[in-house]
Design a protein around this ligand. Structure first.
Ligand SMILES: [Zn+2]
Ligand SMILES: [Zn+2]
Length: 391
């Protein structure tokens, strides 16, 4: 038995389109001027992605390809940064960065649910998590904007610093602000804000929601964003992998139980379709000493001879009885013995089919297939700057 391996690259072109929405060219009219002269303030807000030409800032689009235009597969991870600034504009700028992850939500529908580790009717979400951090350039004078969190201290995700798109409230367009409050560049500010967006395909943040026995108490799975690992996989998956494929693991137990059944059939044959266990002989299980003891307990010479015949006993004038290799008619309770072995094999198989590894693989496979069926899934960012009216 092999779990379905996810060797096919996920055909998910998760494209980041990014737009810098500079507000309508910031203008204000000087109320004090004698004539109808209008002053046009300097508005120099701009942004750049980490892949853009160093030092260049753009006031429309910039390059921010979160996934490097590559397809993504389960357990992938990465991060990308972009930077924006007020650029010494004459006016104070209230800024915001909004993110749209509406494409990265639930994949199951009312009609189409998933089977996870043998349990049907389960919901699957795109198992992405994000972590956003902000920092200012050296010599900046403003304050680092505070990144929002959809969680409070009671959430198991709070301490990880990572969030799941499904836990966020967003507007009708699908956007939400990544900041808490409204940060501002004061007039003339040359501060630069760098936002780093880390992402992971991490099913440990989602698997508990399936409520299958493999993840409910006492098997609750701790959401683990660690990517470094002694093993081949990230730690959260490695644990499930070792539990399944490791020495003495679920697969080995299943194979041992299956082998015991096969060996039993080899010795005793297997039941016929009519429900009979065919009569057969088996190698005699008695040792020489046991044969002797049995033989010596028989008094009637005719029965003694019959025992010798049945058990391959040869009378040697000098050495006494030599017990040669022989078979006897098998009188085992075959159906009883078989059902014990069968139950053990079934139980071991069930343990494999309901394992955490099976759950992860079912979840990821459903997500891969559902995402591959879409043309594209996008994660959008937009930066907004708005003139704070002068007083
Ligand atoms: Zn038998
Ligand atoms: Zn015998």
């Amino acid at each position: 038995m092999e779990l379905r391996r996810l060797i096919v690259l996920l055909f998910l072109a998760v494209v980041i389109t990014s737009t810098l929405l500079s507000s309508t060219m910031a203008r204000y009219t000087d109320q004090f001027s004698g004539g109808d002269r209008a002053l046009i303030a300097v508005w120099n807000m701009g942004a750049r992605g980490e892949d853009d030409t160093p030092g260049e800032f753009y006031n429309k689009g910039f390059t921010f390809n979160l996934f490097d235009s590559k397809s993504v597969q389960p357990m992938d991870y990465g991060e990308k940064s972009f930077t924006f600034r007020g650029g010494g504009s004459d006016v104070a700028i209230a800024y915001d960065v909004e993110m749209d992850v509406a494409d990265l939500l639930q994949l199951t529908t009312e009609e189409i649910k998933a089977i996870i580790a043998g349990e049907s009717g389960k919901d699957v979400f795109v198992p992405f998590i994000f972590k956003i951090t902000a920092k200012l350039n050296e010599g900046a004078t403003g304050e680092v904007p505070t990144i929002f969190s959809p969680y409070d201290e009671t959430s198991p995700y709070y301490d990880t610093g990572w969030f799941r798109p499904k836990d966020i409230e967003f507007d009708e367009e699908g956007y939400f602000s990544i900041f808490e409050g409204t940060p501002v560049f004061p007039p003339g500010s040359t501060d630069e804000v760098t936002i780093t967006v880390a992402w992971q395909w991490n099913t440990s943040f989602y698997i508990n929601d399936t409520n299958i026995p493999a993840v409910t108490e006492p098997n609750y799975v701790a959401a683990d964003p660690a990517t470094g690992s002694e093993g081949v996989y990230p730690p959260y998956y490695q644990v499930a992998y070792d539990q399944y494929y490791g020495s003495g693991g679920l697969l080995e137990q299943y194979e041992a139980a299956q082998n015991a059944l096969v060996q039993y059939f080899e010795v005793h044959g297997s039941p016929e379709e009519n429900g009979n266990w065919p009569p057969h002989s088996v190698p005699c299980p008695l040792s020489d000493a046991e044969h002797h003891a049995h033989y010596n307990a028989i008094i009637d010479p005719v029965e003694q001879q019959a025992f010798l015949n049945t058990h391959g006993g040869l009378m040697d004038p000098e050495a006494g009885i030599i017990w040669t290799e022989h078979a006897i008619f098998c009188t085992a309770d075959h159906f009883a013995e078989y059902s014990v072995l069968k139950a053990a094999a079934d139980e071991a198989l069930h343990a494999c089919q309901t394992s955490l590894l099976q759950a992860y693989d079912d979840y990821d496979t459903f997500a891969v297939d559902a995402l591959a069926a879409r043309e594209v899934a996008t994660v959008l960012f937009r930066i907004k700057g708005e003139q704070v009216a002068p007083r």
